[in-house]
Write a protein that binds this ligand. Structure first.
Ligand SMILES: [Zn+2]
Length: 413
């Protein structure tokens, strides 16, 4: 059996300090990780990395493959103009994600059951993309923020991009329809705030509807995640068993304690509102985001230090954030929020894998785990800007298969 031997790596798994290691990949799995040189066979490809970094493949914890495309300019184009066009764009978006080193992604919402189709196409090998947890349409009650894109005078019958239900029975039905169409995680719009209409104090669904939605999803073996921007709604989400709290603006000490106790994941996704505030400065909607953003920047290091399972992932594809701009998150959290780079790497690897429910299979580099890893020409802990330059990403491996390979050829022994 031919193997790939990565010698003399600076191994970063986000969990421990960097260490020197030699890594052997056999088929789809990591065979050994050791300080001592590996025994090599005649067919093995042996690459001396000379101290370059090997880390687990990264995971986008808040990902929208199906809303927007990123055109030749590298800037976002389109918004749900046509289901088929969006599906085609989504195939390009997942390819971009894996070429940027993301071997996993958890959807935070997608129209037209695009995610379920993407997942099937990736798994059957028709297209290249990360391991994907398929998302749902955005689910809320009539008139919730995203539903405003579909005013009733359009007479669309059913709204194409979002789904609504009113009352516990109505929302249960909406959730069940999403799961029927292949959603593994249902995105609920629980409050306003965080770059939507109104403040985080505005409930987009009632507490009863929220409880019914989570229960309906869990009964069918699906997870939920929620657009949430108040402490009260965050605490209720934790109590109900929501898997991922999106945004979590208004986070306080009580929320942090409960998030740590329950292991609930938090995707703060602070990049998109930051982009809106900068690009649309002077606009009252954009300016109103600043107090929430500043408060989150203040408390997030405490949440991180307390052990909250934080995730990377943001609204890439929206407005000025293109798919491929994922590196901006690292610079934001490290340079502006003051989170240690190694910790953000843990969010992007170990926490992401745990959120996908495959933490025992990926997310760290250990013998027996799937070989989802990347090779970087440099050390991102010393220089977080390394992620900016795609040429410095020398290799991306998913399940032992090299999706990108600009490593030295290596010697055959
Ligand atoms: Zn989003």
């Amino acid at each position: 059996m031919a193997r790939i031997v990565l010698n003399n790596a600076n191994l970063l798994d986000g969990d421990r300090p960097a260490r020197q290691a030699n890594i052997v990949v056999a088929d789809d799995r990591i065979e050994t990780v050791s300080e001592a040189p590996a025994e090599v066979g005649p067919d093995d490809r042996v690459v001396d990395l000379g101290g370059r970094t090997v880390m687990p493949g990264m995971i986008q914890g808040h990902f929208h493959a199906g809303y927007w495309g990123t055109g030749a300019s590298g800037r976002p184009v389109g918004l749900e103009v046509h289901p088929s066009l969006q599906a085609v764009r989504a195939t390009a978006n997942v390819r971009t994600a894996i070429e940027c080193g993301y071997t996993g992604a958890i959807s935070a919402g997608s129209p037209h059951a695009i995610d379920a189709a993407l997942k099937a196409a990736i798994e059957e090998g028709t297209i290249v993309g990360p391991r994907l947890i398929a998302g749902s349409r955005d689910v809320g009650s009539t008139g919730f923020s995203a539903d405003h894109s579909y005013p009733s005078y359009m007479q669309l019958g059913t709204t194409p991009g979002v789904s609504t239900g009113d009352g516990p029975d109505g929302i249960r039905r909406a959730v069940r329809e999403e799961i029927k169409d292949g959603a593994e995680i249902v995105k609920l719009f629980v409050t306003g705030g965080h770059a939507t209409i109104g403040s985080g104090e505005r409930w987009e669904i009632s507490r009863e509807e929220f409880a019914a939605a989570v229960q309906a999803a869990n009964e069918r073996g699906a997870w939920t995640r929620g657009h949430i921007a108040s402490a009260e709604a965050t605490l209720l989400a934790i109590e109900l068993g929501v898997r991922i709290v999106d945004h979590g603006d208004g986070l306080n000490g009580e929320c942090i304690d409960r998030l740590v106790e329950t292991g609930t994941f938090l995707a703060p996704s602070m990049l998109f509102p930051k982009w809106v505030m900068q690009a649309m400065a002077g606009n009252s909607w954009a300016d109103a985001m600043k107090p929430d953003w500043d408060a989150m920047a203040e408390i997030l290091p405490k949440a991180n230090a307390a052990g909250v399972r934080l995730l990377v992932g943001d609204d890439f594809g929206a407005f000025g954030l293109g798919h491929g701009d994922y590196w901006q998150e690292f610079e934001l959290y490290v340079n502006e929020v003051g989170i240690p780079a190694l910790d953000v790497i843990r969010w992007a690897t170990k926490h992401g894998a745990e959120a996908m429910g495959i933490g025992d299979e990926t997310g760290t580099i250990e013998p027996g785990k799937l070989a989802d890893l990347i090779v970087l020409d440099g050390d991102p802990v010393a220089d977080v800007a390394l992620f900016r330059d795609r040429a410095k990403l020398l290799a991306v491996m998913k399940g032992g298969a090299l999706i990108k390979d600009t490593l030295p050829e290596g010697e055959k022994r």
